[in-house]
Every structure is written in structure tokens, then in C-alpha cells.
Ligand binder design. Structure first.
Ligand code: URA
Length: 265
């Protein structure tokens, strides 16, 4: 392939959101998906040079989805503290996203805070820094917090999925289900008084709601953390507000409601 063709192909990939190389040889994922309970080999660990090229037959699938969800439940349940949960997640190989992400994005802020925010999944900036909401949408979240007198010392922030999906694509329902036991345990251990779901996927996953975010934002729900019932509020995701600034007035209302709820405790 000549240089121009190769460049055009790379441009095409980049536009399609393909921004990581996870291997040098094709892998038949359909065949791999049938492999029972095998552990994932991290493609990031693949040697790059042709002479070191691994034998593709050595590539085994991540845990089958049901087994991965069960393994995640067991692993999450065993965590007695947030630090333990982080360590367990670092070692968990049941979610294929771990293979393409640079690092785990566990949480930011104050784990003792009474207010917890949960987003969807880390993006590129978060993947680089290992902290949630540090990119453009994170900066907007910081400004929204400042508007009600809060900052990252007074809130705790995490995501449903703690590894960046390649190209910032939406996590698949399967990936979210595999990661769900971990964020549920994280909420239980952090034990906030108020939970804010940032965006539809977070609200739908945590509150088991099917309605879209426009319909449910600003409405209080009850979230059973396993320890107790806490108040939960879905609001727009900051990334959506960056694309649709006119919706900020609704988010502002939601943040005032959050402040009021905090003051009333
Ligand atoms: N969007 C999210 O949902 N989470 C992040 O951490 C960053 C962007």
C-alpha cells in the first residue's frame, strides 16, 4: 500500500472513531466468544515487531458475558472499602474495555461527600489522566458545581463504566451490565445522601428507567443503595449541554434543586 492510500485509510479510521490499535492480526471474535470462561489476554501487551508476532490462536476471549456479570458481582461484593474496590477493579479482566483503555478511571473528589455524581464512561482526557470528568465536559461540570458553591472537595464523582470505550463510543449494554455491580458497590460504600445521574445512560442503568433524559431530568427518584434508600436526581450530561447550550437553563434548575436538597438535610 502506498503512502497516500495508507494515510487516506488512517483518516477514514480516525473519522469513524477508530483511534487505538489493539493488535496486528485479525481475531475471529465470533469463534472466541464461544470459548468458555477463559481469561482475556490484554492486546495492549502484544509485542509489536513482526518477529515477535503472537500466535493468534493464543488469543482467548474475555469471560462470556453472563460469567463476567457473575464474576463482577462476586468481586464487587467482596470489597470492604473503596480502596479495596479499586484494587479489585484493577485486577478484573471480565470487561473487554480494559484491554483498549490506558488505565482504570475509578473516581475523583471526596469519597466522604454527601453528593455523588455518576456519568457514563471516561473519554480520551479521562483515559489519559485516570480521573473522571477532566475534559471539556468536566470543566463545565466544575463551573456548574461552582455556581452552587461546590467543588471537587465537596462531591464524589464516578462513572458507570470505568474504562474508556475505544473512540469514545457508547458502552454496549453488555459492557454496562458487566461494570454495574462495581458502580453499585461504589455507591454503597461511598454512601452519599444524594445521587446525581449525569445523562440518560447513567439514569437508565442506575434507576432502571427506560424513559429518555428529557422526560426524567429534574424528577427525584429513590435509589436503594443496599445500605439505605437515597434520593437520586437525573440531569443532563455536561457533554450534551456543550452541544445544546439552550438546555443549560434546565440543568441550572436541577443544580438549584440539588443545592436545596443538600441544605435541607
Ligand atoms: N463523560 C462521562 O460520562 N464521564 C467522564 O468521566 C467524562 C465524560
Amino acid at each position: 500500500m502506498n503512502r497516500d492510500t495508507a494515510r487516506a485509510l488512517l483518516d477514514f479510521y480516525a473519522e469513524a472513531g477508530v483511534d487505538v490499535v489493539i493488535g496486528e492480526l485479525p481475531v475471529n471474535r465470533f469463534a472466541a466468544a464461544d470459548a468458555p470462561l477463559s481469561r482475556a489476554v490484554l492486546p495492549a501487551a502484544m509485542p509489536a515487531s513482526p518477529e515477535n508476532r503472537p500466535n493468534p490462536t493464543l488469543f482467548v476471549a474475555p469471560l462470556a458475558p453472563d460469567a463476567a456479570v457473575m464474576a463482577a458481582r462476586e468481586a464487587a461484593k467482596s470489597a470492604r472499602s473503596l480502596d479495596e474496590l479499586r484494587t479489585i477493579l484493577e485486577k478484573f479482566d471480565g470487561c473487554a474495555l480494559k484491554a483498549t483503555a490506558s488505565r482504570l478511571v475509578f473516581a475523583d473528589g471526596n469519597p466522604e461527600a454527601k453528593l455523588m455524581f455518576v456519568g457514563e464512561a471516561p473519554g480520551r482526557d479521562e483515559d489519559i489522566e485516570g480521573l473522571p470528568f477532566v475534559g471539556r465536559s468536566g470543566k463545565l461540570l466544575d463551573r456548574m458545581l461552582a455556581a452552587i458553591g461546590l467543588d471537587r472537595t465537596s462531591v464524589y464523582i464516578a462513572n458507570i463504566v470505568p474504562w474508556r470505550p475505544p473512540g469514545n463510543r457508547t458502552p454496549t449494554p453488555q459492557e454496562s451490565q458487566i461494570c454495574l455491580p462495581f458502580i453499585l458497590r461504589q455507591i454503597e460504600l461511598a454512601d452519599p445522601d444524594i445521587l446525581v445521574c449525569l445523562g440518560g445512560p447513567s439514569a437508565q442503568t442506575l434507576l432502571g428507567i427506560r424513559d429518555g433524559i428529557t422526560k426524567i431530568r429534574g424528577r427525584w427518584f429513590t435509589f436503594d443503595s443496599g445500605r439505605r434508600e437515597i434520593r437520586a436526581l437525573p440531569t443532563f450530561h455536561p457533554a450534551f449541554l456543550l452541544r445544546s447550550p439552550l438546555q443549560k437553563r434546565f440543568a441550572w434548575r436541577d443544580f438549584l434543586a440539588i443545592k436545596k436538597a443538600l441544605d435541607q438535610r
